[in-house]
Design a protein around this ligand. Sequence first.
Ligand code: HEM
Length: 472
Amino acid sequence: MSIIDLTQINLKELPSPKGHLILGHYPQFKSSAKHLFLEQSVKECGELYSVNLFGKKFIVSAIHELNNQILKLRPEKFKRLPKIDSVLQEIGIFGVFNAEGEDWKRHRKLTTESLSLKKVKQYYKTVLKKSEKLLDKLDAYAIQGTTIDIQKEFMLFTVDVTTAIAFGYETNTIEGHNAIFQEHLEQIFIMLNKRNVSPIPLWKWYKSKKDKQLDESLKSIEHIIYDFINHTKKTLKNNFQKQKQPSNFLEALLIENSEGEFNDKEVYGNIFTMLMAGEDSTSSSLAWIIYYLCQHPSVVTKIRNEAYQVYKNYSCPNTFKEYQNLTYTNAVIQETLRLHPTTTQQIVESNEDCTVNGLTIAKGTCFILLNRYAQREEKYFSEASKFIPERWLNTKCPIHKVHSPQVVKAFGGGSRLCPGKNLAISEMVTIISILCKHYNFLLETPVNKIHEKHAFIVYPENLYIKLEKVTP
Ligand code: HEM
């Protein structure tokens, strides 16, 4: 347990960092480094403090045991911040991410089944196909000595994987096709993020040029997804082979939904949710992995040796089993997610008066859970600030005395844990293993010029690299 005795805490009397008289801490919170402001304030105010955003109070907690318990108490005692639901509903999204209570249980069951490990195995050939495409493209860059915006390339990769796996749409943005689809999605994500942090919903009264563009982008994406829903319904009819072995999330979802429990609007909402939840988070995590690999060439060599051991002279793994044998690469991914999770904090609100780990909480209290804070603490991981993938190879951890995997909340926690975790890890392990087998990574930006940028998720801004092809 934390050394703070939570039974003695009155949430109305918490310390607070210095803020503006009227706006409170909104100026710091509006910035793209809000997560750093919140983490740094722990030093000034302790592991439990409050901030004020335009008059609304938020309790900030860096106490792992408390945060863990709050995440576990969803959906009954806590929910996501209602603002997220209202912003998503406004644009017609009714899916698992913004559903709550009993409604969420319904959505969650279907989503979890459609993204189960068994289904991820079936989807794996799509991951391989897209990985080969990215490899071809990067090969040309390596030969030409091109400086690469690697985050952007990973974004195209995850768009292609996610659209193919979510609803069978072969966008092929890696090779420059359907770029408009990606542009629409990007536009939507930027605007959703903007609306989520905006204290006043101005767009309800006045639509700016960007708001109108958002409507256009939504219309285009909606049109494509609905076409696929109708087409897939037809193809599934009487196709018993497909009904047994769905090749994408939409097929799996429609098969699971044979009783018609979900209407088309909800099916659309969940497909959109996959796109929203699966792309940025995976591509930004991949970018963080490259950030570390550029600075640790010996780790690249170890990943390369493992690739040679597992899939020998092939350029990519051949089977899901081979992917599962890439244990060192997996450790590199775990270590990056510990140090640089793309979700550094989660915001929740209490549904009722309750007591959690002795702390008395009134209905409607908002919490910002600083999950990353504990992941970098010495009391949970030996040499916590260092990038040491080996710590994940053996849970008994002979080298490092302290090792607490349960503290890592990169994929969230409790019953709302990310259902795309298996898929995301299979994508990341596969593409990182393949890239390390073929290239060394050279940073084109000085490390001190690469910054963490918070835009709903946290990604490395200014990460430019060159690839140096290695001969076997
Ligand atoms: C490295 C990649 C990813 C990371 C770091 C990540 C992280 C997260 C986090 C932190 C949450 C919130 C969990 C919570 O509330 O406790 C979440 C939720 C979710 N993620 Fe992921 N995610 C990733 C990839 C994916 C992928 C590939 C998909 C699917 C294609 C996906 C689908 C979802 C969905 C549907 C939810 C909402 C679950 C719910 O509310 O019940 N994610 N993810």
